[in-house]
Write a protein that binds this ligand. Structure first.
Ligand SMILES: NC(=O)c1ccc[n+]([C@@H]2O[C@H](COP(=O)([O-])OP(=O)(O)OC[C@H]3O[C@@H](n4cnc5c(N)ncnc54)[C@H](O)[C@@H]3O)[C@@H](O)[C@H]2O)c1
Length: 357
């Protein structure tokens, strides 16, 4: 447990590092932004000046060893997640780690094991769990309004959304994959959470790369590097089966010729009712008086936002010694499923998840 304000250090002062700095800076009664580092030092200096961060450090190692820092926020490319999260946990720091937890299941397991060796908090940054509409859906699910959720569908298609072509985003060894690990991991994470975290046991999947290799489907996120490479998928589709017999279909793309209105989506189908999430809107559905019956779920106008709620949850877990809702186990589960989708696509076979390791 922590007493007083939690002192935070940020590793990675890029897009998401800036988002975290801005959110935690709104919670000054609970925390203090104490240190920051980035391989590109001017970027760290800019953020430090903007948010009044005392220490700009030269390396992630210096930051995790810094005696004032109690909790570390990791917002660097995926290939560094495992190494830095393990270092921070071993240095006795709490960790808020950007998604995906790791490049693959092997690396995710190292974080999971390191987290289990300490009493520190390891939380994966899945802000969609903190969006108002999914939170309202979850409250109804927990009250039993949907009955048993036996199947679900989730997906996120972008028509023209390849981020940073040629940068780490589109290089397998640095990102661990394309849209599946970039945006698919959010949908997988949220769908499993809303389903009540059933244990996945097998996966059948297929992936395609039809736009990226032709330098088509480029989005506005990130600056392209035309001398870089694209060796990831741009579309993935999968069916995941759970131990309790339930199933989840997952579909995701960065670029596709398809009507992509009302994305991302999750449809949960339960024995007593259903819930549908489409972008910022949601619906609860059932049958009443022998007719289809549905209720809209809206985000309140004064909603403070999912990212602020996520930041508060991280601090509350530290202060109260609680396990976060997006724990190391859920991060490992997501990575294991994603690995299995790639393996199934490569081999053409169903892949069984190995939980006995
Ligand atoms: N939760 C979300 O909605 C969300 C959104 C965007 C990105 N992300 C995740 O955040 C992470 C970073 O993405 P981004 O968009 O901010 O990327 P980015 O490229 O904008 O920023 C990454 C920063 O890390 C720095 N960096 C790279 N390697 C480093 C190292 N070893 N040590 C210190 N600094 C290093 C870079 O100089 C850069 O400033 C990724 O894992 C990504 O998946 C999450």
């Amino acid at each position: 447990m922590s007493e007083g304000k939690v002192k935070l250090g940020i590793i990675g002062a890029g897009n998401i590092g800036g988002v975290h700095a801005s959110q935690f800076s709104k919670l000054q009664e609970l925390c203090e932004l104490t240190a920051i580092t980035d391989v590109y030092r001017p970027q760290a200096e800019r953020r430090a000046a903007k948010y009044g961060i005392k220490h700009v450090l030269d390396t992630p190692e210096a930051l995790v060893q810094h005696q004032e820092v109690e909790a570390v926020i990791i917002g660097v490319p995926n290939q560094y997640h495992a190494e830095l999260a393990v270092k921070a946990l071993e240095a006795g720091k709490h960790v808020l780690l950007e998604k995906p937890m790791a490049l693959n299941g092997e690396e995710a397991r190292k974080i999971y094991e390191a987290a289990n060796q300490t009493d520190k908090v390891l939380m994966v940054s899945h802000q969609m769990r903190f969006e108002s509409v999914p939170m309202q859906m979850k409250a109804q699910i927990d009250r039993g309004e949907l009955g048993r959720i036996y199947t679900a569908k989730t997906g996120w298609y972008r028509r023209k959304g390849i981020p940073g072509w040629g940068t780490w985003f589109t290089r397998m060894n640095e990102s661990g994959g394309g849209p599946l690990i970039d945006i698919g991991v959010h949908m997988l994470d949220l769908a499993l959470y809303l389903m009540g975290n059933p244990k996945p046991v097998s996966v059948y999947g297929a992936t395609y790369a039809e736009f990226g290799p032709k330098k088509k489907g480029i989005g506005t996120w990130g600056k392209p590097n035309w001398s870089g490479a694209f060796d990831v998928e741009d579309l993935a589709t999968a069916l995941i089966k759970m131990e309790d017999g339930s199933s989840l279909s997952l579909e995701v793309s960065w670029a596709v010729h398809m009507d992509t209105d009302n994305h991302p989506f999750i449809h949960l189908m339960g024995t007593e009712g259903g819930a549908s999430y489409r972008g910022p809107k949601g619906k609860l559905l059932t049958e009443k008086f022998d007719r289809p019956f549905e209720v809209d779920i809206m985000k309140p106008e004064d909603d403070e936002g999912e990212r602020l709620r996520l930041s508060r949850h991280f601090l509350a877990c530290i202060m109260e010694g609680k396990e976060p809702i997006s724990s190391a186990l859920t991060g490992l589960t997501n990575n294991m499923i994603i690995d299995a989708i790639y393996e199934s696509s490569r081999t053409g076979n169903e892949v069984k998840l190995d939980w006995n390791r």
